[in-house]
Design a protein around this ligand. Structure first.
Ligand SMILES: Cc1cc2nc3c(=O)[nH]c(=O)nc-3n(C[C@H](O)[C@H](O)[C@H](O)COP(=O)(O)OP(=O)(O)OC[C@H]3O[C@@H](n4cnc5c(N)ncnc54)[C@H](O)[C@@H]3O)c2cc1C
Length: 339
C-alpha cells in the first residue's frame, strides 16, 4: 500500500491507491488545513518533498490557484485535488496554524433572519475598511469547535453586491448533522467571527454584451443574487434571465425580492420551478431547472448568451450537458458547485 508521510507533523500512514488525499490527511490527523475542498481557495497548499509524480497531473485550476497564492506549482500541490498514486512525503503547509497569514477579517453579525425552515440569511459588518470583493465570490468562515479545540473552516458565498463594502450577507441551508451550517444558524447579532477571503473565480464577466442566463438551485441562489443585484444596480441593459429551482413550496425564499426586481427591471425575467410541489395548491412551473433549459432555450440562445450556474454538482453537470447539446460553448459556461 502507498505510504504517505507528513514531515511537518512527524506522521506517517498507509493509503489505498486512488484514495482522495483529503481523506488521507483527515484520517491521519495531519495539520494540512482544508476549506473549499475544490481547488478554489488554496488553503490546503502543501509542499511535496518526494513523490510529486505519484499525485498525478496538475490541472489548470490547481496551477492557477497555487500561482495566485505566490506558490511554485513545481513544488506545491493542493491535496484536495489529488488522489494517491504511490508513496509521497509532504513538507510544510503555508496556511497551517503558525504558517503564513491569510487575508483575514473580523466581522460582527448585524442581523440574523430565517428565510424559511432550513435557510437563514446573516448580515455582517466588516471591520476592515479596505475590504472589497467581486460578485460571485465567497468567504471562508473560521468556526471554533470548542470540544476539539479546533477551528473548522467552511465556505459561504456572498449574496449581496459590492456597492456596500462594509457589509455582506450570506444565506445558508442547515445540513442535517453538519457542524458549519448549524453553527451559522445559531449566530445572533453582536457575535464576532474571523473570516478569510474573498476567494473564487466564479465571477461575473461585466465586460461583454451577451445576454445572461443564471441557473440556481437552493442556496446556490446566494452568489447569483450578488451578481444579479450588481448588474441591475448598474442599470445594465443586458437581458438577464434567472431559472431558480427548489423542491417544495416550503423551500422557497427571496420570492418577493425576485418578483419585485422583475417588476422594476424590464431586462430581467424570473422563472421559478418546484421539483416536488405539494399535490394541490401550486399553480406555477413543476419540474427540475434542467426542464426549463429544454422548454425555454433554443439554439439561437447558444450563440449570444453567457450562463452562470450555482448549486449541486449533479444539477451543474446535467445542465451543462444540455446546454452543450444546444450549442453553448464552454467559454460561456461559468459555475460554482457547493456539494
Ligand atoms: C465555494 C463554496 C461556496 C459555498 N457557499 C455556500 C452558501 O452560500 N450557502 C450554503 O448553504 N452552502 C454553501 N457551501 C457549502 C458549505 O461550505 C458547506 O459545505 C455546507 O454548509 C455543509 O457544511 P457543514 O459543516 O454543515 O456539514 P459537514 O459537517 O461538512 O457535513 C455533514 C454531512 O452532510 C453532508 N453534506 C455536506 N454538505 C452538504 C450539502 N451542501 N448538502 C447535503 N449534504 C451535505 C456531508 O457529506 C456529511 O455527511 C459552499 C461550498 C463551497 C465549496
Amino acid at each position: 500500500m502507498p505510504k504517505i508521510r507528513f514531515d511537518a507533523d512527524d506522521l506517517s500512514t498507509e493509503a489505498a491507491s486512488e484514495q482522495w488525499l483529503y481523506e488521507v490527511c483527515d484520517r491521519a490527523g495531519s495539520s494540512v488545513p482544508f476549506a473549499c475542498k475544490a481547488g478554489a481557495c488554496g488553503t490546503c497548499a502543501t509542499e511535496v518533498l518526494s513523490g510529486f509524480e505519484a499525485l498525478g497531473e496538475q490541472s489548470a485550476r490547481e496551477v492557477r490557484t497555487l500561482r495566485a497564492q505566490g506558490l511554485d506549482p513545481a513544488r506545491f500541490r493542493l491535496p484536495c485535488l489529488c488522489d494517491v498514486g504511490g508513496d509521497v512525503t509532504f513538507g510544510k503547509s503555508p496556511h497551517a496554524e503558525g504558517g503564513a497569514a491569510l487575508q483575514t477579517h473580523e466581522v460582527v453579525v448585524e442581523s440574523f433572519r430565517p428565510l424559511n425552515l432550513t435557510v437563514c440569511e446573516v448580515r455582517f459588518f466588516v471591520e476592515t475598511p479596505s475590504f472589497d470583493f467581486r460578485p460571485g465570490q465567497y468567504m471562508i468562515f473560521h468556526l471554533p469547535r470548542r470540544s476539539e479545540g479546533k477551528v473548522i473552516r467552511r465556505s459561504y458565498s456572498i449574496s449581496t453586491p459590492p456597492s456596500d463594502r462594509r457589509h455582506f450577507e450570506i444565506c445558508v441551508r442547515a445540513v442535517a448533522g453538519g457542524f458549519g451550517s448549524n453553527y451559522i444558524h445559531r449566530l445572533r447579532p453582536g457575535r464576532r467571527l474571523r473570516v478569510e477571503g474573498p476567494y473564487g473565480d466564479f465571477l461575473l464577466d461585466g465586460s461583454g454584451d451577451k445576454e445572461i442566463l443564471m441557473i440556481a438551485t437552493g442556496t446556490g441562489m446566494s452568489p447569483i443574487r450578488s451578481m444579479l443585484t450588481h448588474l441591475l444596480h448598474h442599470r445594465s441593459d443586458r437581458r438577464v434571465r434567472l431559472f431558480f429551482g427548489v423542491r417544495h413550496e416550503s423551500d422557497l425564499f427571496y420570492t418577493d425580492l425576485l418578483r419585485g426586481l422583475e417588476a422594476h427591471h424590464p431586462s430581467f425575467e424570473y422563472r421559478l420551478t418546484l421539483s416536488q410541489p405539494s399535490a394541490r395548491g401550486w399553480s406555477g412551473h413543476s419540474g427540475r431547472v434542467t426542464d426549463l433549459i429544454d422548454s425555454e432555450l433554443t439554439e439561437r440562445d447558444a450563440q449570444n448568451t453567457q450562463v452562470y450556474l450555482c448549486g449541486s454538482q449533479a444539477m451543474i453537470e446535467s445542465s451543462c450537458q444540455k446546454l452543450r447539446q444546444l450549442g453553448f460553448a464552454d467559454e460561456d459556461l461559468f459555475f460554482e458547485n457547493f456539494y
